[in-house]
Each structure stands twice: as structure tokens, then as C-alpha cells.
Design a protein. Structure first.
Length: 368
């Protein structure tokens, strides 16, 4: 019998466990994988993540690539745009966070989840509270079945080792600086991220059915300046899917002392798809709600968090932009429009907070 069982040992699950264990809870993390394990993800971190984790970049002992410029290709033009962020390898990052969690680790595949007399039964394990942190196909999410207004996006990517000399010769900028290929219809983007002796190359599209064509377009663009060995390996690119943030997801964040965090709820940034920051934000908020004896308060607390409140604002802007799509298409044909779109995308990619949120609320007609 545990105070809390967490299904999924990625950044969301390990962060939730760490903050619960610090408050004296008996916690176990259940994951079928043996860590460290390969995880499909470009591995970019928005700078606010360090405050959420109560860590500093200097305290992270594995590979860390800080970047201060993004190279955005949009409608035939390359833009080198100052912005800031970090890249990690999920193989290392997830293992590090899990080791710091303070939770009991149980390697097992979760086959059954049910609630009996106020207690959650996860296989042979029991707890008063269960947290779903198992990503898009989390078994706890299947039980809670949160509303999904839109289909999941599609992604194709691969992270592969390369000769560091070849990586240095073929990258567009400094080590760690991302090359981003923003698609003409703004329906997604591709990327090439150099990490010293590793490359992460991939793409994502809002329409999962379009991801194969988008991958061919992305690979054709970056292949001209990738090492030959990398291009050969990229024939074996792999796919996955996940949900972008929708305000409707928040209503399904908790029920009957079961909570969903990270991709299990669908919290990735509504434009860039960055998912690690909202994963750890939601995990910490969930842990604090549980530790305070009020797991039912988690959805309201999550909605009030500054990062998630920004996502609501961005989502509102995106939805209003869809309604004005024709005008946007016309304006983005101008040189100024293309530059503005590229710079706005790079700024969002860096994970920067929205300036003057109250002004945004006033313009959007929203209550703070």
C-alpha cells in the first residue's frame, strides 16, 4: 500500500515523485522500461524549467547544450535569430531525474487499473492516489478518458551518434544551435539539432496524415549539409504522436484521486509542441495538491500556473488566427510578414514567457 502510485518514469513522473517524497509521502513509480532508455524527443528545455525543478544548469551532470541563436528557414529564406534555450539527450536526462526522485522504482507493465472502496489497484499494487505520467498512451489516461477536441499531431524523428568533426563541419551555427524548417503552410516544422557527437533530426505536423510528406521535405532540406553516415541512418526514422495543449484538457486533469500530468493529459505547447516544461510544471503542481491533501484542487491550480495560463493565451491567439486565416495567408507573403513569422516562431521556440499578460487578457477579452 502506497500513498501515491505514479505510472510512468519520465520527467513528469520523476518530478512528481521527487516533490511528494520531499513532503514525506510513500511513493512508487511503475514503468515497463529499464532506465536509461531511448526516448524519441528532440530534447529541448525552455529556461524556466530550472526554477520549476529547483535545479541549476550547472548542477546537471550530463550532456547539456545551451544555445543563443536559432536558424529558421521559412519560405526560401534563412533567418539567424537570437533566442535562448537548452538541449539535452532524453536518454540521460530522464535517467538523472528518475535517480533523484526518491521513489521506489518498480519495473512492470501496467495491465489493469481499477478503483475499489476508495483505493486504486494498479495490478497488485495499491494506493489512495494514482498519477498518470505515462505519455500519450498512458493507461491512467485511458481510465479517465479526458476530452480530446483535436487529433494528436504526428512526428517523425531519430537521434543518432555521429563523428564530432563531421557534425562541426556541417552544422549551420554553434554546437547546440537548432536548425528549424518552418513549413510554408505553418502546419508544422522540421529540425536538425547538433549535439557535439549526436544529431537529432525530425519533424512534426498538426495533421498526422501529412507527417510522411513533411519528413521527406525536411530530410531533403537538411540532407545537403548532413554527414553521409547520418543520411543513411535517417532512412530508419521512427514515428510517434502526442496532443498539443487545449484548455478543454484541463477539465479532465483529475477525478477520484487520479491525476494526469504531462503528455498523458495533453499539455505540449500549442504552437511549438515543446512538452518537457509543461510536463514538469504539471507534475510539481500535482504533487503539491496531493501533499496538501487536496488532489481535487489540481485542475484549478494547474490552470492558474503562469506557464499554463500563458498556454491558454497562446491557444486563444491561435484560434483567433485560424478565423482570420485568409488575411494571414495574404500578409505572410510579404517580406516583412515572413520575417515577423520567423521571429515569432523562434521566440516561442525558446519558451519565453508572454510579456504583459494582463494586456493580452485585456486585448483578448479574457479574465486574468
Amino acid at each position: 500500500m502506497y500513498d501515491v502510485l505514479i505510472v510512468g518514469g519520465g520527467p513528469a513522473g520523476s518530478t512528481c515523485a521527487r516533490f511528494l517524497a520531499a513532503r514525506g509521502a510513500k511513493v512508487a513509480i511503475v514503468d515497463r522500461a529499464e532506465f536509461p532508455r531511448v526516448k524519441l524527443c528532440a530534447g529541448w528545455l525552455s529556461p524556466p524549467i530550472w526554477d520549476v525543478l529547483e535545479l541549476s544548469p550547472k548542477s546537471y551532470p550530463r550532456g547539456l547544450w545551451e544555445w543563443r541563436k536559432a536558424h529558421v528557414h521559412y519560405r526560401g529564406v534563412d533567418h539567424a535569430i537570437p533566442c535562448h534555450g537548452y538541449f539535452i539527450r532524453r536518454y540521460e536526462f530522464d535517467d538523472f531525474l528518475l535517480a533523484q526522485s526518491g521513489a521506489e522504482r518498480i519495473q512492470a507493465q501496467v495491465k489493469t487499473i481499477e478503483r475499489v472502496d476508495g483505493v486504486w489497484h494498479v495490478g497488485d499494487l495499491r494506493a489512495r492516489v494514482v498519477v498518470g505520467a505515462g505519455g500519450t498512451h498512458c493507461p491512467v489516461a485511458r481510465v479517465l478518458a479526458p476530452e480530446r477536441p483535436r487529433r494528436a499531431l504526428g512526428a517523425q524523428e531519430l537521434e543518432l551518434p555521429c563523428d564530432p568533426g563531421e557534425v562541426a563541419r556541417t552544422r549551420l551555427g554553434a554546437d547546440g544551435e537548432p536548425e528549424l524548417v518552418l513549413f510554408d503552410d505553418l502546419g508544422g516544422y522540421g529540425w536538425n539539432v547538433p549535439k557535439t557527437d549526436w544529431l537529432n533530426v525530425g519533424c512534426g505536423t498538426l495533421d498526422a496524415n501529412a507527417v510522411r510528406d513533411a519528413w521527406r521535405s525536411t530530410h531533403a532540406h537538411v540532407a545537403t549539409h548532413l554527414p553521409d553516415a547520418a543520411n543513411a541512418e535517417l532512412a530508419h526514422v521512427k514515428g510517434h504522436s502526442y496532443y498539443l495543449f487545449e484548455p478543454a484538457h484541463l477539465a479532465g486533469a483529475a477525478r477520484d484521486s487520479a491525476l494526469l500530468v504531462g503528455d498523458a493529459l495533453g499539455l505540449a505547447h500549442p504552437v511549438t509542441g515543446e512538452g518537457i516544461l509543461p510536463a514538469v510544471v504539471s507534475a510539481r503542481v500535482a504533487a503539491e495538491a496531493i501533499a496538501d491533501g487536496a488532489p481535487e484542487s489540481y485542475p484549478a491550480r494547474l490552470r492558474a500556473h503562469p506557464v499554463i495560463a500563458d498556454y491558454v493565451r497562446v491557444h486563444t491567439l491561435v484560434e483567433r488566427g485560424r478565423k482570420m486565416r485568409r488575411g494571414v495567408v495574404q500578409r505572410r507573403g510579404s517580406r516583412l510578414g515572413r520575417v515577423l513569422i520567423a521571429r515569432t516562431f523562434a521566440w516561442m521556440f525558446s519558451g519565453a514567457r508572454l510579456p504583459a499578460p494582463r494586456l493580452f487578457d485585456a486585448v483578448l477579452g479574457r479574465r486574468s
